[in-house]
Design a protein around this ligand. Sequence first.
Ligand code: SF4
Length: 260
Amino acid sequence: MRRLGEAARNPGRSQKNDRSEVSGLNTESFKSIAERADSDTIYSILSRSLRVDWKEYVALVAKLRGKGLFPILVGVILSQNTSDKNSIRAFEKLRAEIGVGIDDILRARLEDIEASIREAGLWKQKAAAIKRAAEEISKAGGEKYLSSEDPVRLREFLLSIKGIGFKTVDVFLSVAREAPFFAIDTHAMRIAIRWGLIRRRSYGEASRAFLELFGPQRAEETHRLLIALGRRYCRARKPLCGECPVRDLCPSSSKYLGKS
Ligand code: SF4
């Protein structure tokens, strides 16, 4: 479990508590999903009942459409604060008009990158982050550096680049390097709380909890399954607990079912 320990030493930024998520639960009898079922059972329910289409995830689109690992980072930066649908459109436009390799980005003018990625929103910040990332990674050794540097050191390096945060770097490393980091997006955070794995919104705690629950081997796949679960059933408002495949194991289902 050495690698799990390494990942666990890198907690994300703490975010504000969301007590509303855990209020209303009977804490006396509250047992997290991890105390109700083992990892294989939960994984098997998720993988049997949820469809993951690579065309709906910008990181997977970038992995299949681009050459090398840098395009994956570009795709994940584009997905910050927007939907995969918008970021995929922006990625494809950037790929067609400028290219998504390190050299393509180094050669391009910042204004042209901005114009190509407008559909992703926040185009000025994202174009600057993509440009900065290309410059810093190029100085460090380019694609060779991305593919061969120790994942823990690479994580630290990428986090030092302005515009690249914990979620971006963890999605990138798990997709590009199959490294043992569990990326937490808004769906995974909500589910971690509803499953009773964490008591407050904390990137590092949620990431560690899922990594411990599913293990490093399944981190990337279960990250996508949780997004699918969040999109289809475990919505922020009015989760569809009655139809949810994990309702018999989820400690929050009775809370929501009781209200409907
Ligand atoms: S049972 Fe409800 S709260 Fe639990 S994971 Fe499913 S939708 Fe979310």
